[in-house]
Design a protein around this ligand. Structure first.
Ligand SMILES: Nc1ncnc2c1ncn2[C@@H]1O[C@H](COP(=O)(O)OP(=O)(O)O)[C@@H](O)[C@H]1O
Ligand SMILES: [Mg+2]
Length: 365
Protein backbone atom coordinates (compact mmCIF):
# COMPACT_ATOMS: atom_id res chain seq x y z
CA UNK A 1 0.00 0.00 0.00
CA UNK A 2 1.04 3.59 -0.48
CA UNK A 3 2.25 5.95 2.27
CA UNK A 4 3.00 3.09 4.58
CA UNK A 5 3.19 3.99 8.23
CA UNK A 6 5.34 2.35 10.83
CA UNK A 7 4.00 0.86 13.99
CA UNK A 8 3.69 3.08 17.02
CA UNK A 9 4.81 2.39 20.60
CA UNK A 10 1.90 1.89 22.99
CA UNK A 11 2.19 2.33 26.73
CA UNK A 12 -0.51 1.36 29.19
CA UNK A 13 0.22 3.19 32.41
CA UNK A 14 -1.56 1.88 35.51
CA UNK A 15 -4.93 1.45 33.81
CA UNK A 16 -7.92 0.87 36.05
CA UNK A 17 -11.54 0.28 35.01
CA UNK A 18 -14.14 0.12 37.73
CA UNK A 19 -17.59 -0.31 36.22
CA UNK A 20 -20.38 1.47 38.06
CA UNK A 21 -22.11 -0.76 40.59
CA UNK A 22 -19.32 -3.33 40.59
CA UNK A 23 -17.24 -3.88 43.74
CA UNK A 24 -14.30 -5.39 41.86
CA UNK A 25 -12.22 -3.57 39.24
CA UNK A 26 -12.62 -5.17 35.80
CA UNK A 27 -9.12 -3.92 35.00
CA UNK A 28 -6.92 -3.50 38.02
CA UNK A 29 -3.67 -1.56 37.60
CA UNK A 30 -2.51 -2.79 34.20
CA UNK A 31 0.82 -1.44 32.93
CA UNK A 32 2.45 -2.61 29.72
CA UNK A 33 4.95 -1.33 27.16
CA UNK A 34 4.35 -2.43 23.59
CA UNK A 35 7.17 -1.79 21.12
CA UNK A 36 6.64 -0.23 17.69
CA UNK A 37 5.60 -2.95 15.26
CA UNK A 38 5.20 -5.56 17.97
CA UNK A 39 2.49 -8.23 17.81
CA UNK A 40 1.17 -8.24 21.38
CA UNK A 41 -1.54 -10.67 22.41
CA UNK A 42 -3.83 -10.37 25.42
CA UNK A 43 -4.56 -13.95 26.43
CA UNK A 44 -6.81 -15.00 29.28
CA UNK A 45 -10.06 -16.66 30.26
CA UNK A 46 -13.44 -15.05 29.71
CA UNK A 47 -14.02 -12.12 32.06
CA UNK A 48 -10.33 -11.50 32.78
CA UNK A 49 -10.40 -7.91 31.49
CA UNK A 50 -9.00 -8.22 27.95
CA UNK A 51 -11.85 -6.50 26.12
CA UNK A 52 -12.16 -3.82 28.78
CA UNK A 53 -8.44 -3.01 28.43
CA UNK A 54 -8.70 -2.91 24.63
CA UNK A 55 -11.83 -0.71 24.86
CA UNK A 56 -9.89 1.83 26.87
CA UNK A 57 -7.15 1.88 24.22
CA UNK A 58 -9.78 2.23 21.49
CA UNK A 59 -11.55 5.02 23.34
CA UNK A 60 -14.88 3.25 23.90
CA UNK A 61 -14.50 3.32 27.67
CA UNK A 62 -12.79 6.05 29.70
CA UNK A 63 -10.34 4.66 32.27
CA UNK A 64 -11.28 5.15 35.91
CA UNK A 65 -7.60 6.02 36.29
CA UNK A 66 -4.36 5.58 34.40
CA UNK A 67 -3.17 6.65 30.97
CA UNK A 68 -2.66 5.35 27.44
CA UNK A 69 0.27 6.74 25.47
CA UNK A 70 0.87 6.25 21.75
CA UNK A 71 4.39 7.24 20.70
CA UNK A 72 4.64 9.13 23.97
CA UNK A 73 1.44 11.11 23.45
CA UNK A 74 -1.34 10.77 26.00
CA UNK A 75 -4.48 9.82 24.06
CA UNK A 76 -6.57 8.93 27.14
CA UNK A 77 -8.91 11.91 26.73
CA UNK A 78 -9.26 11.80 22.93
CA UNK A 79 -12.56 10.55 21.50
CA UNK A 80 -12.33 7.19 19.69
CA UNK A 81 -12.51 8.65 16.16
CA UNK A 82 -9.59 11.00 16.83
CA UNK A 83 -7.22 8.22 17.96
CA UNK A 84 -6.53 6.97 14.43
CA UNK A 85 -6.38 3.32 15.49
CA UNK A 86 -7.57 0.42 13.33
CA UNK A 87 -10.11 -1.95 14.84
CA UNK A 88 -11.45 -5.42 14.06
CA UNK A 89 -13.96 -7.25 16.23
CA UNK A 90 -15.44 -10.72 16.34
CA UNK A 91 -18.60 -9.50 14.63
CA UNK A 92 -17.68 -8.20 11.22
CA UNK A 93 -19.92 -5.12 11.52
CA UNK A 94 -19.86 -4.36 7.79
CA UNK A 95 -22.50 -2.11 6.26
CA UNK A 96 -24.92 -4.60 4.67
CA UNK A 97 -26.01 -2.31 1.81
CA UNK A 98 -22.44 -1.44 0.72
CA UNK A 99 -20.14 -3.52 -1.49
CA UNK A 100 -16.86 -4.78 -0.05
CA UNK A 101 -14.99 -1.96 -1.83
CA UNK A 102 -17.36 0.70 -0.47
CA UNK A 103 -17.14 -0.73 3.03
CA UNK A 104 -13.36 -0.52 2.89
CA UNK A 105 -13.37 2.99 1.38
CA UNK A 106 -15.78 4.28 4.02
CA UNK A 107 -13.21 5.36 6.64
CA UNK A 108 -11.35 7.26 3.92
CA UNK A 109 -14.44 9.17 2.83
CA UNK A 110 -15.04 10.10 6.45
CA UNK A 111 -11.52 11.49 6.47
CA UNK A 112 -12.26 13.63 3.42
CA UNK A 113 -10.35 11.55 0.86
CA UNK A 114 -11.85 12.03 -2.62
CA UNK A 115 -13.82 9.23 -4.23
CA UNK A 116 -11.31 8.11 -6.85
CA UNK A 117 -8.37 8.02 -4.44
CA UNK A 118 -10.57 6.30 -1.85
CA UNK A 119 -11.55 3.59 -4.30
CA UNK A 120 -7.95 3.02 -5.40
CA UNK A 121 -6.75 2.70 -1.82
CA UNK A 122 -9.66 0.41 -0.93
CA UNK A 123 -8.68 -1.84 -3.82
CA UNK A 124 -5.07 -1.89 -2.57
CA UNK A 125 -6.27 -2.90 0.89
CA UNK A 126 -8.52 -5.60 -0.57
CA UNK A 127 -5.58 -6.87 -2.59
CA UNK A 128 -3.59 -7.19 0.60
CA UNK A 129 -6.24 -9.53 2.04
CA UNK A 130 -6.61 -11.33 -1.34
CA UNK A 131 -10.18 -10.19 -1.92
CA UNK A 132 -9.84 -7.66 -4.74
CA UNK A 133 -11.65 -10.05 -7.09
CA UNK A 134 -14.77 -9.85 -4.88
CA UNK A 135 -14.75 -6.08 -4.43
CA UNK A 136 -18.26 -5.63 -5.86
CA UNK A 137 -19.98 -8.17 -3.65
CA UNK A 138 -22.28 -7.28 -0.78
CA UNK A 139 -21.44 -8.71 2.66
CA UNK A 140 -24.26 -11.27 2.43
CA UNK A 141 -22.64 -12.62 -0.77
CA UNK A 142 -19.41 -13.33 1.15
CA UNK A 143 -18.53 -16.14 3.56
CA UNK A 144 -17.74 -15.41 7.19
CA UNK A 145 -14.01 -15.63 6.55
CA UNK A 146 -14.28 -13.31 3.54
CA UNK A 147 -16.32 -10.80 5.53
CA UNK A 148 -13.65 -10.80 8.19
CA UNK A 149 -11.01 -10.10 5.52
CA UNK A 150 -13.07 -7.10 4.42
CA UNK A 151 -13.19 -5.94 8.04
CA UNK A 152 -9.39 -6.25 8.23
CA UNK A 153 -8.99 -4.31 4.96
CA UNK A 154 -11.27 -1.58 6.30
CA UNK A 155 -9.25 -1.35 9.51
CA UNK A 156 -5.91 -0.93 7.73
CA UNK A 157 -6.96 1.20 4.75
CA UNK A 158 -6.00 4.48 6.43
CA UNK A 159 -2.63 3.11 7.56
CA UNK A 160 -3.19 3.30 11.30
CA UNK A 161 0.01 2.86 13.32
CA UNK A 162 -1.82 0.51 15.70
CA UNK A 163 -4.34 -2.22 14.92
CA UNK A 164 -6.64 -3.48 17.69
CA UNK A 165 -8.24 -6.90 17.19
CA UNK A 166 -10.70 -8.40 19.68
CA UNK A 167 -11.22 -12.12 19.05
CA UNK A 168 -11.40 -11.42 15.30
CA UNK A 169 -11.41 -15.10 14.40
CA UNK A 170 -13.71 -16.24 17.20
CA UNK A 171 -16.72 -16.77 14.94
CA UNK A 172 -14.87 -18.87 12.35
CA UNK A 173 -14.35 -22.61 12.23
CA UNK A 174 -10.93 -24.05 13.01
CA UNK A 175 -9.65 -24.48 9.45
CA UNK A 176 -10.62 -20.95 8.42
CA UNK A 177 -9.23 -19.58 11.65
CA UNK A 178 -5.84 -21.10 10.90
CA UNK A 179 -5.87 -19.68 7.36
CA UNK A 180 -6.69 -16.21 8.62
CA UNK A 181 -4.03 -16.47 11.32
CA UNK A 182 -1.48 -16.89 8.55
CA UNK A 183 -2.97 -13.90 6.70
CA UNK A 184 -2.87 -11.70 9.78
CA UNK A 185 0.75 -12.69 10.45
CA UNK A 186 1.64 -11.79 6.86
CA UNK A 187 -0.18 -8.43 7.02
CA UNK A 188 1.64 -7.67 10.27
CA UNK A 189 4.98 -8.38 8.60
CA UNK A 190 4.19 -6.45 5.43
CA UNK A 191 2.79 -3.34 7.11
CA UNK A 192 4.98 -3.20 10.21
CA UNK A 193 1.91 -2.08 12.16
CA UNK A 194 1.72 -2.56 15.94
CA UNK A 195 -1.00 -5.11 16.71
CA UNK A 196 -2.84 -5.68 19.97
CA UNK A 197 -4.71 -8.93 19.55
CA UNK A 198 -7.17 -10.39 22.05
CA UNK A 199 -7.88 -14.11 22.29
CA UNK A 200 -8.76 -16.78 24.81
CA UNK A 201 -7.23 -19.44 22.52
CA UNK A 202 -3.73 -20.37 23.67
CA UNK A 203 -2.75 -21.99 20.37
CA UNK A 204 -3.70 -18.86 18.48
CA UNK A 205 -1.66 -16.76 20.90
CA UNK A 206 1.37 -19.04 20.55
CA UNK A 207 1.14 -19.05 16.75
CA UNK A 208 0.90 -15.29 16.23
CA UNK A 209 2.52 -13.28 18.95
CA UNK A 210 5.86 -11.63 19.51
CA UNK A 211 4.84 -11.42 23.15
CA UNK A 212 1.81 -12.47 25.15
CA UNK A 213 0.28 -10.75 28.19
CA UNK A 214 -1.61 -13.33 30.23
CA UNK A 215 -4.64 -11.79 31.92
CA UNK A 216 -6.20 -13.11 35.11
CA UNK A 217 -8.89 -11.34 37.13
CA UNK A 218 -8.22 -7.90 35.71
CA UNK A 219 -4.45 -8.07 36.07
CA UNK A 220 -1.55 -9.14 33.92
CA UNK A 221 -0.19 -12.33 35.46
CA UNK A 222 2.89 -12.42 33.21
CA UNK A 223 4.24 -10.92 29.98
CA UNK A 224 6.71 -12.71 27.77
CA UNK A 225 7.40 -14.59 24.58
CA UNK A 226 5.53 -17.85 24.07
CA UNK A 227 8.72 -19.72 25.00
CA UNK A 228 9.26 -17.73 28.19
CA UNK A 229 5.68 -18.25 29.34
CA UNK A 230 5.71 -21.94 28.51
CA UNK A 231 9.13 -22.77 29.91
CA UNK A 232 9.24 -20.35 32.83
CA UNK A 233 5.69 -19.65 33.99
CA UNK A 234 5.72 -17.24 36.94
CA UNK A 235 2.55 -18.58 38.50
CA UNK A 236 0.43 -21.73 38.62
CA UNK A 237 -2.27 -19.87 36.73
CA UNK A 238 0.04 -19.14 33.79
CA UNK A 239 1.42 -22.70 33.80
CA UNK A 240 -2.09 -24.15 33.68
CA UNK A 241 -3.44 -21.69 31.13
CA UNK A 242 -0.64 -22.34 28.64
CA UNK A 243 -0.31 -26.03 28.02
CA UNK A 244 -0.46 -29.05 30.29
CA UNK A 245 1.57 -29.43 33.43
CA UNK A 246 2.27 -31.80 36.25
CA UNK A 247 1.98 -29.94 39.53
CA UNK A 248 3.44 -30.95 42.89
CA UNK A 249 2.77 -28.80 45.93
CA UNK A 250 4.93 -28.83 49.02
CA UNK A 251 7.25 -26.77 51.16
CA UNK A 252 10.58 -25.27 50.10
CA UNK A 253 13.45 -26.78 52.11
CA UNK A 254 15.94 -24.53 53.92
CA UNK A 255 18.63 -24.92 51.21
CA UNK A 256 16.16 -23.64 48.59
CA UNK A 257 17.05 -26.46 46.20
CA UNK A 258 14.41 -29.00 47.06
CA UNK A 259 10.69 -29.09 47.67
CA UNK A 260 9.24 -31.64 50.06
CA UNK A 261 5.69 -32.90 49.91
CA UNK A 262 3.71 -35.86 51.07
CA UNK A 263 6.27 -38.66 50.92
CA UNK A 264 8.58 -37.13 48.29
CA UNK A 265 11.39 -34.62 47.84
CA UNK A 266 12.01 -33.05 44.44
CA UNK A 267 14.99 -31.08 43.15
CA UNK A 268 14.59 -27.66 41.58
CA UNK A 269 17.02 -25.05 40.29
CA UNK A 270 18.02 -22.74 43.19
CA UNK A 271 14.89 -20.83 44.20
CA UNK A 272 15.97 -17.28 44.90
CA UNK A 273 12.54 -15.82 44.31
CA UNK A 274 10.66 -18.00 46.78
CA UNK A 275 11.51 -17.96 50.48
CA UNK A 276 12.68 -21.12 52.23
CA UNK A 277 9.92 -22.88 54.20
CA UNK A 278 7.17 -21.25 52.17
CA UNK A 279 4.50 -23.27 50.40
CA UNK A 280 5.22 -23.61 46.73
CA UNK A 281 4.62 -25.82 43.72
CA UNK A 282 6.80 -27.48 41.13
CA UNK A 283 5.50 -27.47 37.58
CA UNK A 284 6.85 -30.00 35.06
CA UNK A 285 5.75 -30.10 31.42
CA UNK A 286 4.64 -33.59 30.26
CA UNK A 287 7.28 -33.79 27.50
CA UNK A 288 10.06 -33.18 30.05
CA UNK A 289 9.21 -36.34 31.98
CA UNK A 290 10.26 -39.84 31.04
CA UNK A 291 8.86 -43.19 32.10
CA UNK A 292 11.65 -45.55 33.15
CA UNK A 293 11.54 -48.83 31.28
CA UNK A 294 11.40 -51.22 34.19
CA UNK A 295 11.02 -50.15 37.76
CA UNK A 296 14.33 -48.60 38.68
CA UNK A 297 16.35 -49.31 35.54
CA UNK A 298 18.09 -46.73 33.33
CA UNK A 299 19.62 -43.39 34.28
CA UNK A 300 17.59 -41.15 36.57
CA UNK A 301 18.46 -37.50 36.02
CA UNK A 302 17.60 -36.14 39.43
CA UNK A 303 13.93 -36.51 40.18
CA UNK A 304 12.13 -39.84 40.48
CA UNK A 305 8.53 -40.53 41.42
CA UNK A 306 6.38 -43.65 41.48
CA UNK A 307 3.07 -43.60 39.70
CA UNK A 308 0.22 -45.78 38.48
CA UNK A 309 -0.56 -45.71 34.78
CA UNK A 310 -4.23 -44.78 34.59
CA UNK A 311 -4.45 -44.75 30.82
CA UNK A 312 -2.39 -44.50 27.63
CA UNK A 313 -3.83 -42.36 24.85
CA UNK A 314 -2.52 -42.66 21.30
CA UNK A 315 -2.44 -39.22 19.59
CA UNK A 316 -0.56 -39.82 16.33
CA UNK A 317 2.52 -37.63 16.76
CA UNK A 318 2.83 -38.73 20.39
CA UNK A 319 1.15 -40.67 23.09
CA UNK A 320 0.00 -39.51 26.47
CA UNK A 321 0.64 -41.68 29.49
CA UNK A 322 -1.89 -40.62 32.13
CA UNK A 323 -0.59 -41.06 35.66
CA UNK A 324 -1.70 -41.05 39.24
CA UNK A 325 1.21 -40.22 41.52
CA UNK A 326 1.58 -41.89 44.87
CA UNK A 327 0.64 -38.70 46.73
CA UNK A 328 -2.74 -38.72 44.98
CA UNK A 329 -2.02 -36.08 42.33
CA UNK A 330 -2.65 -36.80 38.69
CA UNK A 331 -0.53 -35.94 35.68
CA UNK A 332 0.84 -37.13 32.38
CA UNK A 333 3.96 -37.89 30.39
CA UNK A 334 4.08 -37.09 26.70
CA UNK A 335 6.05 -39.58 24.64
CA UNK A 336 6.94 -38.68 21.05
CA UNK A 337 6.24 -41.33 18.39
CA UNK A 338 9.22 -43.67 18.14
CA UNK A 339 10.26 -43.02 21.72
CA UNK A 340 7.45 -44.74 23.57
CA UNK A 341 8.17 -46.58 26.81
CA UNK A 342 6.71 -49.98 27.56
CA UNK A 343 4.16 -48.48 29.96
CA UNK A 344 0.58 -49.61 29.58
CA UNK A 345 -2.59 -49.20 31.60
CA UNK A 346 -2.44 -50.68 35.08
CA UNK A 347 1.38 -50.67 35.29
CA UNK A 348 3.27 -49.25 38.22
CA UNK A 349 6.09 -47.13 36.83
CA UNK A 350 8.79 -44.70 37.85
CA UNK A 351 8.99 -41.37 36.11
CA UNK A 352 12.05 -39.17 36.03
CA UNK A 353 13.08 -35.70 34.95
CA UNK A 354 15.97 -33.34 35.32
CA UNK A 355 15.89 -30.68 38.09
CA UNK A 356 16.32 -27.93 35.49
CA UNK A 357 12.87 -28.83 34.17
CA UNK A 358 11.25 -28.31 37.55
CA UNK A 359 9.77 -24.81 37.55
CA UNK A 360 9.18 -23.52 41.06
CA UNK A 361 6.19 -21.20 41.48
CA UNK A 362 4.29 -19.81 44.46
CA UNK A 363 1.49 -22.14 45.51
CA UNK A 364 -1.20 -19.54 45.06
CA UNK A 365 -1.86 -17.15 42.14
N1 LIG B 1 -20.18 -2.67 30.55
C1 LIG B 1 -19.90 -3.39 31.64
N2 LIG B 1 -20.48 -3.11 32.83
C2 LIG B 1 -20.17 -3.81 33.94
N3 LIG B 1 -19.30 -4.83 33.97
C3 LIG B 1 -18.68 -5.16 32.83
C4 LIG B 1 -18.95 -4.47 31.60
N4 LIG B 1 -18.17 -5.03 30.63
C5 LIG B 1 -17.48 -6.01 31.22
N5 LIG B 1 -17.78 -6.11 32.54
C6 LIG B 1 -17.16 -7.03 33.50
O1 LIG B 1 -15.79 -6.76 33.54
C7 LIG B 1 -15.04 -7.97 33.64
C8 LIG B 1 -14.07 -8.08 32.48
O2 LIG B 1 -14.80 -8.24 31.28
P1 LIG B 1 -14.13 -8.26 29.84
O3 LIG B 1 -13.14 -7.16 29.77
O4 LIG B 1 -15.22 -8.26 28.84
O5 LIG B 1 -13.37 -9.65 29.87
P2 LIG B 1 -12.75 -10.52 28.66
O6 LIG B 1 -12.73 -9.71 27.42
O7 LIG B 1 -11.40 -10.91 29.16
O8 LIG B 1 -13.65 -11.72 28.55
C9 LIG B 1 -16.05 -9.09 33.71
O9 LIG B 1 -16.26 -9.40 35.06
C10 LIG B 1 -17.27 -8.48 33.08
O10 LIG B 1 -18.44 -9.07 33.60
MG1 LIG C 1 -13.66 -10.15 25.54
Amino acid sequence: MTDQTHGAAVRLDRLVQRYRGSDRAAVDDVSLDIAPGEFMTFLGPSGSGKTTTLSMVAGFAAPTSGRILVDGQDISRLPAHKRNLGMVFQQYALFPHMTAAKNVAFPLHRRGVDKATGHARAMDALKLVHLDHLADRLPKQLSGGQQQRVAVARAIVYNPPVLLMDEPLGALDKKLREQLQIEIARIHRELGVTIIFVTHDQEEALALSDRIAVFNEGRIAQVGTAKELYESPATLFVARFLGDSNVFTGRVDPDGRTLTGDGWTLHTPPAHHIAASSHAAIVVRPERMRVLDHAGSGPTPGNVLDADVVDVVYLGTHRRVELRFRDGGSGAVREPAGKESAASRGDVVRVTWSPEHSVLVPEHR
